[in-house]
Design a protein around this ligand. Structure first.
Ligand SMILES: [Ca+2]
Ligand SMILES: [Ca+2]
Ligand SMILES: [Ca+2]
Length: 295
C-alpha cells in the first residue's frame, strides 16, 4: 500500500514537472533574457538568434526552453533621418526586431525598436501604433486583421501596463498615410468595445548596445492568454503579427505557425509512467539481487 502511494506520488510529481516545463512561462518585464535573447556579457548584444526566421520545421527554428520562437530582425544601421523603408527617420523610426512565441496557454510578443514609446503625435513626429494580429489558414495570408493589442498611449509609456485587446475588422484600423503600403497602424476604437485589459505589456529601455547601429532602443514585451482570442487559435493554422508607428515609416512583421498541441490526457501519462516506474524498480531489484549473488 505504501509502495503504491509512493508510485502515485512519483507519477503526480513527474506530471507536474513536465507540464510546467512545457508551459515555458515568460516573465513580462521588458527583459528578454527569458527568451534566450540579449544574454551576452559582452557588447554588442546578439539579437539574431540561431534558427531561421519564420521557420517551418523544428530543426530550423530558434528553440529556447521548449518554446519555438519566430522572429524578424531588420536593423537599420545608418545615421539620423535615413531611410528605414518605406519611409525615413533613421534610428528614431526603426522597427528593429519582433519575436513571437506560444506556450500552452499564452501568446507572447517582444518588439525592439529605436522609436521612443513617449513620442507624441505632433508636427513631423508620429506616435507608436498598436500590435495587429492577422489569423489565417491556407497557402498565403489573407488581408483581414481580426484582433489588435493596444499600446498604452499615456503621457509616460515606460512601465508595466494592462492594455486593451480588441476584436477588429480592417475598418477598425488606421492605415499607412504616406507610403501606399496599406499597412495598418493604430486601432480606431470609435464604436468598438474592448475585450478587456487582457494584455500585460512591459515597455522598457533596451540594453545599452544592441546590434551594430547607433542610438537607443526600447523593448515591448507582451503576454496575452490565447483564450482571449476565442477559438482563433483552434480555427487557424497561422498568425501574422505586425507593428509600426502611425506614419508607417518602418513596419515589422512576423509570420508564425500555430502549433497543434496534442496534449495526452492525464490517464495516458499515468499509464505510460506507471509501467516505466515498475520496470525501473524491477530492473533495479534484479540488478541488486545479481550483485548480491556475486558477493
Ligand atoms: Ca521577460
Ligand atoms: Ca537600428
Ligand atoms: Ca485574417
Amino acid at each position: 500500500m505504501n509502495q503504491y502511494k509512493f508510485l502515485l506520488m512519483t507519477c503526480a510529481l513527474g506530471l507536474t514537472l513536465s507540464t510546467k516545463s512545457l508551459a515555458g512561462t515568460l516573465s513580462v518585464d521588458g527583459n528578454l533574457a527569458d527568451w534566450g535573447l540579449f544574454t551576452s556579457t559582452t557588447n554588442p548584444q546578439t539579437w539574431i538568434p540561431q534558427g531561421s526566421q519564420n521557420c517551418t520545421t523544428a530543426s530550423n527554428c530558434f528553440l529556447h526552453n521548449g518554446l519555438t520562437i519566430y522572429y524578424a530582425v531588420e536593423d537599420y544601421l545608418g545615421g539620423d533621418g535615413g531611410r528605414v523603408y518605406p519611409g525615413y527617420g533613421g534610428q528614431a523610426y526603426d522597427a528593429e526586431a519582433l519575436y513571437v512565441t506560444l506556450d500552452a496557454d499564452n501568446l507572447y510578443i517582444a518588439l525592439v525598436t529605436g522609436h521612443d514609446p513617449n513620442t507624441k503625435q505632433q508636427g513631423n513626429n508620429y506616435a507608436a501604433g498598436d500590435f495587429a494580429l492577422n489569423f489565417w489558414s491556407g497557402a498565403h495570408p489573407d488581408s483581414n486583421y481580426e484582433f489588435g493589442i493596444q499600446t498604452p498611449h499615456q503621457s509616460n509609456n515606460i512601465g508595466l501596463f494592462s492594455t486593451n485587446v480588441y476584436q477588429t475588422t480592417n475598418d477598425n484600423w488606421l492605415k499607412d498615410p504616406f507610403w501606399n503600403t496599406g499597412a495598418v497602424t493604430s486601432l480606431n476604437t470609435t464604436g468598438l468595445t474592448p475585450l478587456g485589459k487582457q494584455a500585460a505589456m512591459s515597455i522598457q529601455p533596451g540594453p545599452a548596445a544592441i546590434g551594430d547601429g547607433p542610438g537607443p532602443h526600447w523593448i515591448y514585451e507582451i503576454s496575452v492568454a490565447k483564450s482571449v482570442f476565442g477559438d482563433a487559435f483552434e480555427q487557424n493554422t497561422d498568425l501574422n503579427i505586425s507593428w509600426t508607428m502611425n506614419c508607417a515609416n518602418d513596419t515589422i512583421l512576423v509570420e508564425d505557425d500555430i502549433p497543434t498541441i496534442d496534449e495526452p490526457p492525464v490517464w495516458a501519462l499515468l499509464g505510460l509512467t506507471l509501467p516505466a516506474v515498475f520496470w525501473r524498480r524491477r530492473h533495479l531489484s534484479r540488478a541488486g539481487a545479481s550483485s548480491f549473488q556475486r558477493w
